[in-house]
Design a protein around this ligand. Structure first.
Ligand code: DGT
Ligand code: CA
Ligand code: CA
Ligand code: ZN
Length: 563
């Protein structure tokens, strides 16, 4: 398989971080850091480029080109592996802490011999950080907060990380003989461990796992547990004729399983991972697929995304489950950045991508120019962009570019662009990007002011969370949702797998009050368009049907809604 640009970029970034931790030449470090950023934004796969073509890319000199080709071919490079051998992995883990970069780590390592998160915690709690040059009491407090937050996330994975773990193992299984179950299959935004069910036998699979995992935790005939990229994976072996019951059991959730068991007991039966047993005569019914087992228990088929015991089982008993939104209902992407702000695609490329995806429209929503945000558009630039968008639309593609913006909600609740500029646009997203640490009441009032602005159509990533990195801001979402209902404002389901904001339960709450949900990928690079599927999954978990989703409207319906 070809190594993607994102992967090459990640490796280069890690390389530059390790160089910085070990105290390499600053110019070299910066060159690698920049190259990583450039490659991440390139559309042509560097793994397939010739040496000459590579060097034609601005920012990539001969030394970096050599590394890129090495990574493109082998997935890694010598220097990276050498540095990895030098720097303890537990030290690299510190990079996951908010506010801790390679430079900080270098100092902590050298001066205080900090080698892991625990060391840093002890040093901060023992007030040993403040004595370092350039560090102070505030930094010390900041480290302790970041550590607490990281621990609270409990080492849970986002869906992209979960997919990397799964990909590392997929080669061990014959295609079509295994399913990832657990919270991953239910579509949750964060995942504790990976649960795999396979119909291949332990004697076939166990030996094939050895060179694909960091560690075998426990190996057996019925189940095996391993560690991959630091995360636990449980593998359960099953007979094909019992696959249905095993899948239902291991997909859960726990609360769902408990409720299912109660229902079975009402009709004198017992369920477990091997099937359904009649209490009267002990007879065991086996099911090779889930649907048959649901039907046997008198239930409509329940998709994994709904299995949380939040009322779905009761509806399934009456065959009244809602028809949920699917990827094919989505007619456009309502949050996309171009190279006019901090994205990497031109306006033409946005339209072309939309066409490839079969979309009717894409909302080009570049950042507004506000202090503290680089590359934003002011009024004048916005107007020029509008002409460019018209020009692209006149070229006659099948995907219309809508002109919008992602305007900043400033600290006093006013917006980063004037009303008369906003009123010219097709659709306006308003988001908070700065001063995130306000108290709950101020933040809530600030966002409500944006909701009340008649030019604002959508509130972007309403809680501002970054999964595992930054908690939601202090905000009273139910007040936002109530006000959005009154003003007819949409709330975003930001489909970026590192945000997924709003999350499932808030989406359900909004939808039940009749607030339209807008799914946007927040695309900055071409690969990001594919994140729509994460957003749709979360919307399904929020019980949304197509009619609840703003971007299942036709272009005309959408424009009518916005006007
Ligand atoms: P996670 O890994 O924390 O993201 O969440 P899950 O849902 O994947 O939970 P996990 O890995 O502990 O267990 C996998 C499945 O096994 C879960 O989806 C349902 C089932 N399960 C776990 N614990 C129980 C339990 O105590 N009772 C029953 N009936 N099923 C359970
Ligand atoms: Ca799990
Ligand atoms: Ca598990
Ligand atoms: Zn944003």
């Amino acid at each position: 398989m070809e190594v993607s640009n994102r992967e090459v970029a990640r490796k280069l970034l890690l390389l530059s971080e390790l160089q910085e931790i070990t105290g390499d030449n600053v110019f070299k470090i910066r060159a690698f850091y920049r190259a990583a950023d450039i490659i991440d934004r390139l559309n042509n796969p560097v793994a397939l480029m010739s040496d000459e073509d590579l060097r034609l890319v601005p920012g990539i000199g001969p030394a970096i080109a050599k590394k890129v080709r090495e990574i493109g071919k082998t997935g890694t490079c010598n220097e990276l592996e050498e540095l990895r051998a030098k720097v303890p992995p537990s030290l690299v883990e510190l990079l996951n802490l908010e506010g801790v970069g390679p430079k900080t780590i270098a100092v902590l390592w050298k001066k205080l011999n900090v080698q892991c998160i625990g060391d840093l915690e002890k040093a901060a709690a023992g007030h040993r950080i403040r004595s370092l040059k350039g560090f102070g009491e505030k930094k010390e407090q900041g480290f302790l907060r970041s550590i607490a937050l990281y621990r609270a996330a409990g080492g849970r994975m986002d869906r992209v990380e979960a997919e990397s773990v799964i990909n590392n193992l997929s080669g061990a299984f014959t295609p079509g003989t295994w399913v990832v179950a657990g919270s991953y299959r239910r579509g949750k935004s964060s995942i504790g461990d990976i649960d795999i069910v396979t119909t291949e036998s332990a004697s076939v699979i166990n030996p094939k796992l050895k060179n694909r995992v960091d560690e075998v935790i426990d190996e057996g005939e019925r189940r095996t547990s391993v560690r991959v990229r630091g995360h636990r994976v449980d593998i359960r072996f099953t007979h094909e004729r019992q696959l249905g019951s095993m899948l239902i059991y291991l997909t859960g959730s726990k609360e769902f399983n408990i409720r299912l068991r109660e229902i079975a007991i009402e009709s004198g039966r017992k369920v477990n991972e091997y099937g359904v047993q009649e209490r009267a005569d002990g007879k065991i019914h086996e099911f090779s697929n889930e649907q048959d087992m649901f039907a046997f228990l008198g239930l409509q088929n329940i998709i994994p995304e709904l299995r949380e015991n939040q009322g779905e089982i009761e509806l399934a008993r009456n065959y009244q489950l809602p028809q949920l939104v699917g990827l094919t209902d989505i007619r456009g992407d309502l949050h996309v950045h171009s190279d006019w702000s901090d994205g990497s695609l031109t306006l033409e490329q946005l339209a072309m991508n939309g066409e490839t995806l079969g979309y009717d429209y894409i909302l080009c929503s570049d950042h507004s120019a506000t202090l503290g945000i680089t590359h934003g558009l002011d009024e004048e630039k916005l107007q020029r962009q509008s002409h460019e968008i018209e020009r692209v639309n006149r070229m006659g593609g099948t995907c219309t570019l809508l002109h919008g913006t992602e305007v900043d909600i400033l600290v006093n609740g006013s917006l980063g662009l004037q009303d008369h500029a906003l009123s010219e646009l097709d659709l306006v997203i308003a988001s908070v990007h700065t001063s995130l640490k306000e108290d709950r009441d101020s933040m809530t009032r600030r966002v409500i002011m944006a909701v009340e602005n008649e030019n604002v159509d959508i509130i972007g990533h309403p809680t501002g969370r970054l999964l595992g990195k930054r908690p939601p801001f202090e905000i009273d979402l139910s007040r936002i949702i109530d006000r959005a209902k009154e003003t007819g404002t949409s709330l975003e389901c930001n489909a970026s797998p590192w945000r997924l904001d709003l999350d499932d339960t808030d989406i359900r709450h909004s939808k039940e009050l009749g607030v339209p949900i807008s799914i946007g990928t927040d695309t900055h690079h071409e690969d990001d368009f594919s994140h729509m599927r994460y957003g749709v999954t979360i919307a399904q978990r929020g019980w949304c049907s197509a009619k609840d989703i703003l971007n299942s409207l036709t272009l005309q319906e959408l424009l009518d809604w916005a006007s």
